[in-house]
Design a protein around this ligand. Structure first.
Ligand code: 2X7
Ligand code: FE2
Length: 300
C-alpha cells in the first residue's frame, strides 16, 4: 500500500521584501547594512525547526498572486526570471530559479474542483512569479532545494464579501490536506501574509534605519497581540471566528485568505503554536509562527 502523505507543519510566513533585502542573498541586487532582525532571527528559528523534520515540498498561498476568478496553481515545472517589487524596486530585484511540484499542484486543483471550487492550472512558462511567494519561500528555504506548490489568492472578498472568501479558503484547506495525504509526500504549508497591514506612506532616507521602525498605530498592535495570543493558546477556531473582523479592522493581509487556508488544512489546531518572532516593517505587523503538526506542538 502507498505511504500516506502528511502535512508536517504549517507556518505564518510573512513576505515583506525588506527581509530579503536585509539578508543580502546573492540573488537580490540591492545591498543593505542590516535591518528587521527580530523577524529575520524568527525565520532563522523556523528554518532550524523545519530542518529537523525533513519534508519534500513547500506549499505557499500568496496574497500577491491575486486572481479574480477562482484559485490558480503554478503548473509549470520550472520558473526562472527577475522579480521586481512594484512598490519597492529599490529593495527587491530578485533573480529566481525555482522548481514546482506540478503533480501535487494538480492533485490539489482536482480535489478543490471536487468540492465545487473554481480552479485553474497556470501553464504560462514566462509567468512572473509574485514576490509574496518568492519572499516566503526564500526566507523559509534559502537554498531553494525543494519544490514548491504556488497557490493564488482570490479577490472574492471584494466581489462577494469577506466571509464568503474566507469560507472558500477553508474548503481549499481541506482539499489541500486530502491531496497531500494521497500524494505520500511530507509537506510544509506557508501562509504568506502580514498580520495588521496599515503602513507608512513615506520611506525613511536610510531604508534600514531601525530607529524609524514601529507599528503604525496602537489599534493595529492590539489586534496583532490578540491574534498571536490565540495562536499560542491553540485557539484557532476562535481565530477563524474573528477572522473577518480582524481583517477589516486591522486592515490585515489575511484579506487574501492565506491564514484561513492553512489553519483549515491543519484541521484547526488546538495545540499551541510556536512564535518564532514578531516585528514591524514600515508600520505593518508581522509574525513568524509555526504549527508543529507532526508533534502536535509537543515541543512548545
Ligand atoms: O507586501 C508587503 C507586506 N505585506 C508588508 C510590508 C511591506 C511591504 O510589502
Ligand atoms: Fe504583502
Amino acid at each position: 500500500m502507498a505511504k500516506k502523505g502528511q502535512i508536517i507543519a504549517g507556518a505564518l510566513a510573512p513576505h515583506p521584501p525588506h527581509l530579503v533585502y536585509a539578508e543580502n542573498p546573492p540573488q537580490n541586487e540591492p545591498r543593505s547594512e542590516c535591518g528587521w532582525e527580530t523577524l529575520r532571527w524568527g525565520y532563522e528559528r523556523l528554518r532550524k525547526s523545519l530542518e529537523k523534520k525533513d519534508y519534500d515540498v513547500l506549499i505557499i498561498h500568496s496574497p500577491h498572486w491575486r486572481t479574480q476568478v477562482g484559485t490558480h496553481f503554478l503548473g509549470v515545472e520550472k520558473f526562472k526570471g527577475l522579480s521586481v517589487d512594484p512598490i519597492f524596486p529599490n529593495l527587491f530585484r530578485f533573480s529566481y530559479d525555482l522548481k514546482v511540484d506540478v503533480e501535487l499542484a494538480e492533485a490539489i486543483h482536482d480535489e478543490a474542483q471536487k468540492l465545487g471550487m473554481v480552479t485553474e492550472m497556470m501553464r504560462n512558462p514566462d509567468y512572473r512569479v509574485d514576490y509574496g511567494t518568492i519572499v516566503s519561500g526564500h526566507m523559509t528555504n534559502p537554498s531553494w532545494d525543494k519544490p514548491i506548490v504556488g497557490i493564488s489568492s482570490n479577490g472574492g472578498a471584494r466581489y462577494f464579501n469577506m466571509d464568503v472568501m474566507q469560507a472558500t479558503m477553508m474548503k481549499l484547506g481541506q482539499a489541500t490536506k486530502k491531496a497531500v495525504e494521497a500524494s505520500g509526500k511530507r509537506a510544509v504549508l506557508l501562509a504568506s501574509n502580514s498580520l495588521s497591514h496599515r503602513h507608512f506612506v513615506k520611506e525613511s532616507p536610510i531604508v534600514e534605519d531601525m530607529s524609524k521602525e514601529h507599528i503604525n498605530n496602537h489599534n493595529q498592535y492590539l489586534w496583532d497581540m490578540r491574534m498571536i495570543d490565540l495562536f499560542r493558546k491553540g485557539k484557532t477556531q476562535e481565530v477563524i471566528d474573528i477572522m473577518s473582523d480582524f481583517t477589516e479592522q486591522a486592515t490585515a493581509e489575511t484579506d487574501g485568505g492565506s491564514l484561513s487556508w492553512m489553519l483549515s488544512a491543519l484541521d484547526l489546531p488546538d495545540y499551541p503554536a510556536t512564535l518564532h518572532g514578531y516585528g514591524t516593517v514600515i508600520g505593518t505587523g508581522n509574525a513568524v509562527v509555526e504549527w508543529d503538526h507532526l508533534n502536535q506542538g509537543a515541543d512548545v
